[in-house]
Design a protein around this ligand. Structure first.
Ligand SMILES: Nc1nc2c(ncn2[C@@H]2O[C@H](COP(=O)(O)OP(=O)(O)OP(=O)(O)O)[C@@H](O)[C@H]2O)c(=O)[nH]1
Length: 487
């Protein structure tokens, strides 16, 4: 379609040539009337291409038909040499440009067929030369035509260059978005999610620096998560953004300029603007300047990052709810039993790793509940949980087994690990004072008392370890009761 104007000019010019020759030889209307078709053909060709399902192919067919038509017309004009050479050359060039050598050869064949076919039908006549004036007319027309075609090709090349740059940019954006998706799946927490996401962004866009920070919506002065790659976000920048988010009427929706940096680049910040349910935040980019494509890219990344963060938060919350006890925050019974099953399996397969279990029961919870109410009872359970947690190592799995019972699993350990913790509890927790506040607001101080029982897979069948620890804990409780009754 871009060549429509030069082609229309070529047909118009050829019509002028026809009129010139008709007048010069006196054949006037017998040559001019059929010549009018030359004026109509570019419009017909345009309509045909515009309506065709595949307009590019229709355009190529039109170019071949141009060659046939011009071949016939050169025959009509008795092969006036300069016209035949320039018109023929134009036909070959047009076809060569769009379809290479094969299409050019096809155009040559059609051009020759047109000219020779016409001569066969009407008799072969040759008029190699008409007048110097016509040579000048034809020469000037040819030069104009070729220059116009060159201009069209230059424009198309420029367009192509721009499109390639744009496609490469879009590919990088696409790749970065894909990377963000993969990172989001792999990240085990929000910090690694943000850090890895920015690393991948930077890998795809090394010319930019990136930073992100999320703050709690309820307490905008608290930055909850932050990460920066390839740039530094000063305390002042952070406070500035926090201030913007904390001031509802001016909460921005679009990317805004933060400040000029020392290296003459700019810091731009794109807000997450209600894309997260619990947090607000910014994606900050260090870039030489902000253009439309960078702004669009930032919006896409913010969307993707916010969606990934939201998913991860939900996922972590879900996992937490599924594995944790609601009152104490310790692992729950389900999580403990899964871990115990893994240890039992581990013992039955080489290298047959041993494990140990320590069961604990708070003495006298019923009495606390009865005397001071359930709220005080809950506080006692939480206080015990907190203190037990302090004595456990990171590899120990401490869980609330139910009611006032706690349990610790020591994977890859023997009885000594359980006995070590039992001794620590007896020495440090047993008898320790604990202050509770009743529903009525009264303070109650009581002493902690715990019954303990431990067992390990070195002593019994793996499946029996928990039951053995439980049995020993009840033995311990009975003995303590007897001692208390006696003493
Ligand atoms: N406040 C509170 N009480 C609970 C909770 N879960 C269980 N209980 C109570 O804890 C008590 C547990 O029963 P027991 O183990 O027989 O009571 P205990 O007074 O500790 O008795 P011993 O263990 O024999 O010393 C019951 O009264 C339950 O109602 C809880 O989440 N909160």
């Amino acid at each position: 379609m871009a060549t429509l104007a030069p082609r229309a000019f070529a047909f118009l010019h050829t019509f002028g040539l026809t009129v010139w020759i008709a007048v010069a030889e006196g054949s006037t209307w017998t040559l001019i009337l059929p010549g009018l078709f030359l004026l109509a053909w570019p419009a017909l060709a345009y309509l045909h291409a515009a309506r065709a399902r595949n307009s590019k192919r229709a355009e190529f067919r039109n170019l071949l038909f141009d060659s046939l038509l011009f071949g016939i017309w050169c025959g009509v004009l008795d092969f006036y040499v300069l016209a035949t050479i320039t018109i023929g050359l134009a036909c070959l060039m047009n076809n060569m440009v769009v379809g290479g050598l094969r299409r050019m050869l096809a155009a040559l064949a059609l051009f020759a067929c047109g000219g020779l076919g016409w001569s066969l039908l009407t008799g072969f006549e040759v008029r190699p030369y008409v007048s110097p004036g016509l040579d000048l007319y034809q020469g000037a027309g040819a030069v104009l035509y070729f220059l116009a075609i060159a201009q069209v090709m230059y424009g198309q090349n420029r367009q192509l260059g721009r499109s390639i740059i744009e496609i490469k940019f879009k590919n990088r954006v696409f790749q970065a978005l894909l990377d963000l998706g993969v990172v989001a799946n792999r990240a085990s927490n929000i910090d690694t999610l943000l850090e890895d996401s920015l690393q991948h962004l930077r890998a795809n866009f090394p010319e930019y620096g990136f930073a992100v920070f999320l703050q709690e919506r309820q307490r905008p002065d608290v930055t909850r998560y932050a990460a920066a790659v390839g740039m530094h976000l000063s305390q002042e920048d952070e406070e500035n953004l926090q201030h913007l988010l904390a001031t509802p009427p001016i909460q921005p929706k679009q990317t805004l300029k933060l400040r000029r940096t020392a290296d003459n680049a700019q810091l731009y910040a794109t807000p997450m603007a209600n894309r997260l349910s619990l947090y607000d935040g910014w994606l900050v980019v260090h870039a030489p300047r902000l253009d439309v494509s960078l702004e669009r890219m930032l919006t896409l990344f913010v969307d993707q990052l916010a969606a990934a963060t939201e998913n991860k938060l939900l996922n972590l919350e879900l996992t937490r709810t599924a594995e944790r006890d609601g009152l104490t925050g310790l692992y729950n019974r389900g999580y403990f039993e899964d871990a115990l099953q893994s240890s039992i399996q581990g013992k039955s397969h080489p290298p047959g790793l041993d494990f140990a279990v320590l069961m604990m029961d708070v003495d006298g919870l019923k009495e606390v509940n009865d005397q001071h109410g359930h709220i005080a009872g809950d506080q006692l359970i939480c206080a015990v949980a907190e203190r037990l947690d302090k004595h456990c190592r990171s590899s120990d799995i401490l869980a609330r087994y139910g009611g006032d019972e706690f349990v610790v699993l020591f994977p890859s350990s023997d009885l000594s690990a359980a006995e070590r913790l039992a001794n620590e509890i007896s020495r440090h927790l047993e008898g320790e004072q604990c202050t509770l506040v009743t529903a009525q607001g009264h303070q109650v101080t009581l002493r902690l008392r715990l019954s303990l029982g431990s067992a390990s897979s070195t002593e019994t069948q793996a499946q029996e370890v928990l039951a053995l620890a439980d049995e020993r804990m009840y033995d311990n409780k009975s003995q303590r009761r007897r001692e208390r009754a006696a003493g």
